[in-house]
Design a protein around this ligand. Structure first.
Ligand code: SAH
Ligand code: SF4
Length: 338
């Protein structure tokens, strides 16, 4: 039987107690207050506290291996067997980028996490605890969470959903669902499932090309789900959730930034309530893609701006100097293996 209280659901915690609301109290201690010592759960009876301790219950926490500070203020944390999270403070918000898996099976050919291959799914509490531990260590209230660290969140969907329940609960981390973003390479059947999810988080789709043959070249998973199937799932999602989605588009210089790419993208987003987030490619040594210059990025941005009638933003990645930027997570493990 699981003895780590963080691994138990609210219902399971309630079953441990004498009264139904003991579950709520314990949940609040471990997730909202971040208390790690059962003896300090002062609003539950001494008897129950003793019982829990005697039966071997404890408050688990993920162990930080080390952290690296970026010159731009973001901090990359490496936890346990190597999964990484990135803390990114901005003026009015604090975002934590979390990992959902150690490594990733999908092997997009611009991404360091893909090079690692799939190692394991993170448990729900390990995902939520990335936010809690970082918040505690830095004494900083986290306002936003993005599932853009290691792994494909929709391929560890049950744990990701459970982690989101902890994050959004008012007796948990208390982060608004609107401030949580799931980024996916486009696992079509799971997008239909996400449309039914009762926590209304935001969705970002890693598109990177709206031309089938090109997308397949950089994202092997695109062989399993065509652009047409992907688009249909997004239409369904938008009908259900009525929340604008984000199309993520890495600029791979000379590959997906041509006129034909603009045209294809224009066609793909027709009828989709979306905005476009351009991500200049971040260097991953193993791949030979060229990093676009600032001028290249603005040139492509201007081209899109002229043709497309949607909001377009540019994500100047944070933490590039500590290999904490998009696509660079996994570097620490890869480096160790050398
Ligand atoms: N697996 C999910 C979420 C993690 S990746 C997904 O693919 O969406 C988070 C984002 O970083 C994705 O948009 C991904 O395409 C992008 N990314 C991966 N490698 C990158 C790189 N080298 N440079 C810039 N962005 C990258
Ligand atoms: Fe996996 Fe996302 Fe990296 Fe692709 S970009 S290999 S889906 S983590």
């Amino acid at each position: 039987m699981e003895r780590n209280l963080k691994a138990l659901t609210l219902r399971q915690l309630s079953e441990l107690g004498e009264k139904h609301y003991n579950g709520i109290q314990i949940y609040r201690w471990i997730w909202k207050r971040g208390e790690e010592n059962i003896e300090n759960f002062t609003d539950i009876s001494k008897k129950l506290r003793k019982k829990l301790i005697d039966e071997g219950y404890f408050v688990g926490k993920i162990q930080e291996k080390f952290r690296i500070h970026s010159s731009d203020g973001s901090i990359k944390f490496v936890f346990e067997d190597g999964y990484e999270s990135v803390y990114m403070p901005e003026d009015d918000r604090v975002t934590v980028c979390v990992s959902s898996q150690l490594g990733c099976a999908l092997k997009c050919n611009f991404c360091a996490t893909g090079l690692l291959g799939f190692k394991r799914n993170l448990k729900a509490w390990e995902i939520a605890d990335q936010v809690l531990q970082i918040s505690k260590k830095l004494n900083s209230k986290v306002t936003n969470v993005v599932f853009m660290g290691m792994g494909e969140p929709l391929l560890n969907f049950e744990n990701v959903k459970q982690a989101i329940r902890i994050m959004t609960s008012h007796i948990g981390l208390n982060i608004g669902a609107r401030h949580i973003t799931i980024s996916t390479s486009g696992i079509v059947p799971k997008i239909y499932e996400l449309a039914e999810f009762d926590r209304r988080v935001k969705l970002a789709i890693s598109l990177h090309s709206a031309i089938e043959e090109k997308r397949v070249l950089v994202m092997p998973i695109a062989k399993a789900y065509s652009l047409n199937d992907l688009k249909n799932s997004l239409i369904y999602y938008l009908q259900k959730q009525r929340r604008r989605i984000t199309i993520e588009y890495i600029i791979l210089k000379g590959f997906n930034d041509k006129d034909e790419d603009v045209k294809a993208l224009k066609k793909f987003i027709q009828g989709l309530n979306c905005k476009i987030n351009l991500i200049p490619y971040n260097r991953v040594d193993y791949f030979s893609w060229e990093v676009p210059s600032e001028e290249d990025v603005y040139q492509f941005y201007d081209k899109l701006k002229k043709e497309l009638d949607v909001v377009i933003t540019i994500r100047w990645s944070r933490g590039r100097d500590v290999y904490g930027a998009c696509g660079q997570l996994g570097f620490e493990i890869l480096n160790k293996a050398k």
